[in-house]
Ligand binder design. Structure first.
Ligand code: PBG
Length: 330
């Protein structure tokens, strides 16, 4: 007995047909573009390991913001690179801290642009960890003090909201951070400000270039006691579940490309928007190969971002956002 050939190619014959049946549409509204703001004036310093990404001082920021807006990008993620670091990361939560100052300025230049504020201590602590460090005499262990760190992170989030941040994005991975920050924001009168929870954040080698960029590599140890083991998938659901219960508004998976199965699972299991963070090494590897002429950068980037959406991401944080916006507008 012979079976008829299944004519799967019938809907691929022309561009119009392909447009008609396309399942995933990538648009500029999907993107959040990360920016690194630093002290000083006249600083527009390219990050060595991230071609096309810059440290910008406040006076250089306005032009960048105008460019981002002109490209149709609606949201930026703001990281601070302060001059001063100390044990308690005090530059993170002061009213005159760099992210807070930049947020105020951006809100004047571009009130509709969404400012997503990174809420973490690692760029601000002298030891480079995401919280404050405590040495326990009895066990002779030096580790991140979860609950003390939470207090400082709440202060950071509240001061960012006061400065005008539209979304708080805590990337610190302390236990209970969503609940603590939610309570702090509510109490301070910011119950309308959403939390983008870094729910599923793996202890990943893909953050390498970012740590150069943010000068935030841990000075001792690593982040494995608070970030997740890349081998674990079910634990990701547990992390997301607890953030949902604590009041998260958006759920993030980070990094993106080695974790597309996790993006899909979060999409299927929860009804909150899913955010994929296409992290620094994912960007730098593409840039490096493109510089050598080994790949077609535009095609690779658009395929990657489309793949992330297809996997279930509603929002993509990506250093490719400006380029992708240009290509999508062609
Ligand atoms: C730390 C933070 C990291 C990134 C964003 N926030 C690095 C880390 O956890 O070590 C990585 C982003 C990237 O690699 O693009 N709070």
């Amino acid at each position: 007995m012979s079976f008829p050939i299944v004519r799967n190619r019938r809907l691929r014959g022309t561009a119009a047909l392909r447009n008609l049946v396309r399942e995933t549409q990538l648009t500029v509204h999907d993107f959040i573009y990360p920016l690194f703001v630093t002290e000083g004036t006249g600083v527009r310093e390219q990050i060595g390991s991230m071609p096309g990404v810059f440290h910008l001082s406040m006076d250089q920021l306005e032009a960048e913001i105008r460019e981002v807006q002109a490209l149709g990008i609606q949201a930026i993620l703001l990281f601070g690179v302060p001059d001063h670091k100390d044990d308690l990361g005090s530059e993170a939560y002061g009213n005159h801290s760099i992210v807070q100052r930049a947020t105020r300025a951006i809100k004047e230049w571009a009130p509709e642009l969404l400012v997503v504020a990174d809420t973490c201590l690692c760029q601000y602590t002298s030891h480079g960890h995401c919280g404050v460090i405590k040495h326990d005499e009895r066990s002779n262990r030096t580790e991140v003090d979860n609950d003390l760190s939470l207090e400082l992170l709440v202060q950071t989030a509240v001061s960012q909201a006061e400065a005008g941040a539209d979304i708080i994005a805590p990337s610190n991975m302390m236990d209970g951070y969503v609940q603590a920050i939610r309570a702090g924001l509510d109490e301070a009168g910011f119950s309308h400000v959403p939390i983008m929870a870094y729910s599923v954040k793996y202890a990943s080698a893909f953050y390498g270039p970012f740590r150069d960029a943010a000068h935030s590599a841990p000075q001792f140890g690593d982040r494995k006691t608070y970030q997740m083991d890349p081998a674990n998938g079910r634990e990701a659901l547990r992390e997301a579940e607890s953030d949902v219960r604590e009041g998260a508004d958006l759920l993030m998976v980070k990094p993106a490309l080695a974790y597309m199965d996790i993006i899909r699972q979060l999409k299927d299991q929860f009804d909150l928007p899913v955010v994929a963070y296409n992290v620094s090494a994912e960007y730098s590897m593409v840039k490096a190969a493109a510089e050598r002429g080994w790949i077609n950068e535009q095609a690779i980037v658009l395929e990657t971002l489309t793949g992330l959406k297809r996997a279930g991401a509603d929002i993509i944080i990506t250093y490719h956002a400006k380029d992708a916006a240009r290509w999508l507008a062609q």
